[in-house]
Every structure is written in structure tokens, then in C-alpha cells.
Design a protein around this ligand. Structure first.
Ligand code: ZN
Length: 307
């Protein structure tokens, strides 16, 4: 029997009907703006029902949900406020899944689900020691050691790579700390980083260029000096963070995903070289590769976990 897997993002929910690692049907819906997860459940039920019908699935083996927050994946509870839906922590989703679908519920953090998706069906195949880093709005991470997802005593282990300290005298992060990896190089931090970068006033960004990584990489590829300098700074930050993850988790392979990987041809060799030069390991003992399932890793991984 198939399982249904959901990957809950900031504005979208991705759905997949998964059986034996195959995505039998998929959908990505924009969720109406509401701060109530309870109010969203009828829409989720409708979508699941429709997809079961599409795939001729009379019943489900399980329902998997990946959330962008810290998840107790033993008791199936969210441990921190899911900022978009303040009521999500208080709902008994296990009971909802059982009552509505007669199926067990599985929950996991979204970065861990994406790691499992890449491990089983993507760039992480063939190794049991894997770190995944997603560089997007923020920077997410997850780690697999000896074939086991790292969770730790508070379900944080491996998950908050974006908040490792890179520059103790750096910029204020949205977590309250100073100089986190993501306050030094991520999409949410980039507009402010650009303004603080030397030479901003004469840069294309001061003349109305979009303050995003697409523009930084495009202008840098064309040789624009300010963009080259910003790109160099961000690459150093990501490489420093990923080197820390190499020492923390001793992976065989690191999978990098996220929007910036449109520029993988610049990012991957830079980080690979940095690890080769700096890590206390033989050359290429750790390989740095691009995610192969950038859109559906979370759904496929959650499908695997719920099977
Ligand atoms: Zn932080």
C-alpha cells in the first residue's frame, strides 16, 4: 500500500503518493494565508482524498509530514512553535491521521526528510555517512551517521547548521545570536549584507539591481567587481560552515541543495577545494555534490520514513 507524504514549506505544501520509492502522484499547492493549521486540515484532507482517487489507492500504509521546525519524531510532536501556524503544536495529528485515514502518522524535520530523500533516491545513494546542507532563505542541515539519522537529546542534532557561529563579531541573526552562518550568507540576510559590503554605494545593487543571489552570481560571472567580492565572501562563509560540519559528523559525502545551486559550477569546486586544503583528511576523502532531487527530496524522504 502507498503512503502519503507532505512537505510543509513557508507558502506551499507539497504532496506525494509514494510506493516503493516511486512518486505515483504529486501536487504542490499554495496555501491560503491563515495562521491556523486546524483551518488548513480540510484542504489537506481534500487533497489527500483526491490523490488517493487518482492513484486508485483504497487505503494508506501511513502519512508522513515534514515540518520546518524542530520535531520530536518519537512522540510525533512539534517541539518549537511552527511560526506560520501557532496552533500546530497543540493539535493531535496522530489522532487525526488515525481517525481520518486509519493510518499511522510519522513526522520529521524537513531538512532530515530531504536528507533521507537524497540518501535513498538521490545524490546520497551508496553511503551511510552523509550531511545535507540546503542554502536558501536560511541554511538548513541534517546528518546521517552509520546509517542513522542524528537526533540528539533535544532533536536538534545536525539540524541547525545555519546557526553555527562563523563570526563572533559578525551580524545579528534572527535567532538572536551574532555572526551565524545564515546571518553571514543566506537569502534573507543578503539585502543587509550587500548594504554593509565595502563599495555598495557605487554597486549595481545601489542602482536598483535585485538584492538576491541570482544577481550576485550573474554579475560576478560577468566580472563585476562588487558582486565578485560579495560572492567570494559568501563562498568563504559556506565553506567554513561546511568544514565545521565535516569535523562534527565525519561524513563521506556532503549534498548541497537550495536555490544557490543554480550556480553549482562555482560553489561545488570552491567548497571541495576548501575541504581538501583544510580538513584533517586525505584529499577527496569527503566529496561535495549537488542535490539530485531538489524539488521532491522532502516528500520522497518522508515517504520512506512513513513506509
Ligand atoms: Zn542564528
Amino acid at each position: 500500500m502507498p503512503v502519503i507524504a507532505l512537505d510543509l514549506g513557508g507558502t506551499r505544501i507539497k504532496f506525494g503518493v509514494v510506493e516503493n520509492g516511486q512518486l505515483l502522484a504529486s501536487a504542490s499547492i499554495v496555501v491560503p494565508s491563515s495562521d491556523s493549521f486546524a483551518a488548513l486540515l480540510p484542504l489537506i484532507e481534500q487533497q489527500i482524498g483526491q490523490m488517493m482517487q487518482e492513484t486508485g489507492s483504497a487505503s494508506l500504509d501511513g502519512i508522513g509530514m515534514a515540518f520546518p521546525t524542530i520535531v520530536d519524531s518519537d512522540r510525533m510532536r512539534l517541539l518549537y512553535k511552527y511560526t506560520k501556524y501557532n496552533d500546530a503544536n497543540d493539535l493531535d495529528l496522530t489522532d487525526w491521521a488515525k481517525t481520518t485515514w486509519g493510518a499511522p502518522l510519522f513526522m520529521e524535520n524537513d531538512a532530515r526528510a530531504a536528507l533521507v530523500g537524497e540518501w535513498q533516491y538521490g545524490a546520497g545513494k551508496g553511503t551511510n555517512n552523509l550531511v545535507m546542507v540546503t542554502i536558501g532563505t536560511g541554511v538548513g542541515s541534517a546528518a546521517l551517521m552509520n546509517g542513522r539519522l542524528l537526533k540528539g537529546s533535544h532533536y536538534l542534532a545536525g539540524n541547525l547548521g545555519g546557526h553555527q557561529n562563523i563570526r563572533f563579531d559578525g551580524h545579528r541573526c534572527n535567532c538572536g545570536n551574532i555572526g551565524c552562518l545564515e546571518s553571514e550568507a543566506s537569502s534573507w540576510a543578503l539585502p543587509e549584507l550587500l548594504k554593509r559590503h565595502p563599495g555598495y554605494a557605487e554597486s549595481p545593487f545601489a542602482m536598483g539591481e535585485d538584492p538576491d543571489f541570482e544577481a550576485v552570481f550573474r554579475l560576478a560571472a560577468a566580472g563585476e567587481k562588487f558582486a565578485l567580492s560579495v560572492r567570494a565572501s559568501c563562498l568563504e562563509v559556506w565553506a567554513a560552515g561546511i568544514l565545521n560540519l565535516v569535523y562534527a559528523y565525519d561524513p563521506e559525502r556532503i549534498v548541497i541543495g537550495g536555490g544557490v545551486m543554480h550556480s553549482a559550477e562555482v560553489i561545488l569546486p570552491f567548497i571541495q577545494n576548501k575541504i581538501n586544503q583544510a580538513a584533517w583528511l586525505p584529499e577527496n576523502a569527503v566529496t561535495v555534490v549537488a542535490a539530485q532531487q531538489p524539488d521532491w527530496a522532502g516528500v520522497l524522504g518522508m515517504g520512506h520514513l512513513a513506509s
